[in-house]
Each structure stands twice: as C-alpha cells, then as structure tokens.
Design a protein around this ligand. Structure first.
Ligand SMILES: Nc1nc2c(ncn2[C@@H]2O[C@H](COP(=O)(O)OP(=O)(O)OP(=O)(O)O)[C@@H](O)[C@H]2O)c(=O)[nH]1
Ligand SMILES: [Zn+2]
Length: 356
C-alpha cells in the first residue's frame, strides 16, 4: 500500500499555516517536553517524525507535512524500531538521523524468542479489552496488567458487551479489585457512545493501544474510535508486503487517527500472552502482597508455610483473597522461568536458569 493511503488526521496541516503551526500539530501527535529535552542544539533543524509503520526494510512516519517514507542510513535495519517511536530525520532527504528515547515501551517475548517483540512505543494508555461474559478471566487480565505496568503505560479495563447483560456491576467490581486505582469502564463497542466513554484517554496528543482475546470487540472498538466516515482501520492499516519467499504477508502494527484527536496503535497480534521480563510490573500489580512482605518474620519468607508470615496472616484475616495469592505466585514463577538471565560476559542469554 502506498504511504499516502495510510490514515492520518485529515487534512494534514501544511507547515506554518495560521491555525495549525507545526508545533501544535506535533503536540497533537504526542510530542512533549520529554522528547524536546533530548534534542541537542545542532539537532533543531531535523524533522521530528513519529513512526506509523515498521516494515521489514523500511519505516513510515507522520510529520507535520504529512506521511513520509523514511530512508535508512546505509547498513541500518528497521529492527529495534516500534510504531509510535519518535525519530529525527533530514528535512530534505528524509534520511533517518536517530530515534529518541521512549517514554513507554510495550514489548513481549514470543515463546522461544530471544529478542522481545516491540509492540508499541510511547503509548500512554493500554485498553485491556474483555467482555461481560465467559471471556472475563482475572488471571488473564492480570497478565495484561503486568505488561502495561512494565511498559509504563496506564492500564484501563474496558468491559465490552455491557449491552448483553442485565447488570455489569459484578464484572466491574471484580475488575477493579485487580489493581489499586485501576480504571474500569463498561460499554457497547458497537455504539458511538463507546468513543465518548473512552474520550478521557483519546484526545489530541494521547496514544492508546488495545489488547484482549479474540472476539471481545477490539476491531469493533477500533472502528468506533475511528469515527463515522473513516475507512475501517484494519482494512486501511493492514500493510501488505512481500516476504523473503515472495509471499504476501500482513505486518500487523500501525498508527491510526482517532476521531477525538488521539492515536491508536493497532496490533492484532496482541491476544495471548505469556509473561516475561515483567518483575516490576508484577510488583505493581500485586502491591498489596508486596507491601506485606516486610512484615514477615523471615526476610526470605516465601509466604507459603512460614511462621510469622504477614501475607498468610492477611489471608487468615480475610483481607487477602487466597486465589489472588495463588495467582501472584504462579505469575511470578512464570515470569522468572521465561525471563532469560543475561550472562556475566554479556555474550548472550540463557533461559530457565534464574534461581527461584
Ligand atoms: N452486542 C455487542 N456486540 C459486540 C460488542 N463488541 C463486539 N461485539 C461483536 O462481537 C463480535 C466480535 O467482535 P470483534 O470486534 O471482531 O472482536 P475482536 O476482539 O476484534 O476479535 P479478533 O479480531 O478475533 O481479535 C462481532 O460480531 C462484534 O459485532 C459489544 O460491545 N456489544
Ligand atoms: Zn511471608
């Protein structure tokens, strides 16, 4: 697909127009002080661009003057770039100069893979989508929450298909209990009201991504967020290119405009999740357990059988759900098993070798 067909907030503002100075456009695209501070004095002449699609051999980006194809310097590869990244490019040639440091990064390690897959950069909010039916599963939601926490993005639980149940309150209550201060919303993904419900996270300058299992309504929600009259994001956003064997493959991730002014990173692959590299994210998720640990009698308490264990005391007292404790243990162990330990020589990684 030619770059010009990629969706952006139309019309793309011309450079220096009266009501759309490039700086306003950049702020709407998510540019902030965090990125501005990274520029050295001799870098002010470069174009600031946000990566909208990462292909095997090329990058496309949104700039104040429209969607551009970035040329890579000799021997450079697109590996290591993520949709949502901010980069600097030469204003004439659009040759990539460098990538700016990320504010947040969603990455996942696929089963058996050494290198984490970069799903989205500089995402402010991760919509964790589940529906008010049998899909609702606290253990799965906790995996997504660990991912969001680790990435540095704010998680929001989005309960779809609220129109199919008499009362969604029980789902809301269960979801809210999964993490302190967690935002939870209910909606009908097919209704235009859904865009209004999600508006606090979808305004100019804000970037969101969606994750959830198949059939919960992610595509439906994407279309609703794109607004009426927009091309369907999955259709416009699927970037087809030939792979090494000449087959057509669909590269999944791309940046789309939201009618409310924000941006969404569409990543259809984000369904199942096995957890790795997320120790900090898991600690945030299970803060109520982590905070009890210092009160245990033994410093290396495993909270399983020890006398004077504050965690077990909380279960005994009814303030901590034993199932929650069991899920924490399982997720923490899975994370340890899946997180390679960097060897001392830094010459590689070895999985499944970290001590319990
Ligand atoms: N009644 C109702 N139906 C919904 C809602 N959200 C989605 N659906 C329907 O559920 C079905 C699945 O929705 P999709 O948007 O395709 O789900 P998805 O998460 O994108 O699924 P994958 O593409 O497989 O990942 C479709 O028939 C939708 O119309 C909702 O909030 N209410
Ligand atoms: Zn303990």
């Amino acid at each position: 697909m030619p770059e010009s067909d990629l969706p952006t907030h139309p019309p793309v503002l011309p450079t220096g127009s009266a009501d759309g100075a490039p700086s306003d456009f950049l702020a709407g695209l998510g540019w902030s002080e965090f990125f501005a501070e990274q520029l050295t004095p001799d870098e002010t002449g470069f174009v600031r661009a946000r990566i909208s699609a990462v292909h095997r051999t090329r990058l496309t980006a949104v700039t104040p003057t429209g969607q551009v194809r970035l040329a890579l310097p000799p021997h450079a590869s697109t590996a290591g770039f993520a949709v949502g990244d901010w980069v600097l490019a030469d204003p004439q040639t659009h040759v990539l100069h460098r990538r700016l440091e990320r504010r947040t990064l969603i990455s996942r390690r696929l089963e058996g893979s050494r290198v984490p897959q970069l799903t989205g950069a500089n995402v402010d909010t991760l919509f964790i989508v589940t529906s008010c039916n049998a899909d609702f599963n606290p253990a799965r939601l906790e995996r997504y929450l660990a991912l969001a926490n680790e990435a540095g993005t704010e998680p929001v639980i989005v309960l779809t298909k609220a129109d199919t149940v008499e009362d969604a309150a029980d789902f809301v209550r269960q979801a809210a209990a999964l993490q302190r201060g967690l935002a939870v919303v209910t909606l009908n993904a097919r209704s235009p009201d859904a865009a209004e419900t999600l508006a606090p996270w979808c305004g100019p300058g804000q970037t969101v991504a969606l994750i959830g299992s198949s059939g919960v309504g992610k595509s439906t929600l994407l279309n609703t967020l794109a607004g009426p009259g927009q091309e369907r994001p999955q259709e416009t956003g699927a970037i087809r290119e030939h792979d090494a064997k000449g087959r057509h493959t669909t590269t999944s991730r791309s940046l789309h405009a939201i009618a409310a002014g924000g941006w969404v990173i569409d990543s259809p692959g984000m369904r199942t999740l096995h957890v790795s590299d997320s120790e900090g994210g898991i600690d945030t998720l299970f803060a109520e357990i982590i905070e009890l640990a210092p009160n245990c009698r033994f410093r290396d308490c495993t909270h399983q059988h020890e006398p004077g264990c504050a965690v077990l005391a909380a279960v005994e007292a009814g303030t901590l759900d034993p199932e929650r404790l069991a899920r924490w243990r399982k997720l923490r162990d899975e994370n340890r098993d899946n997180t390679p330990v960097v060897s001392h020589r830094g010459a590689g990684t070895t999985g499944r070798s970290r001590k319990r």
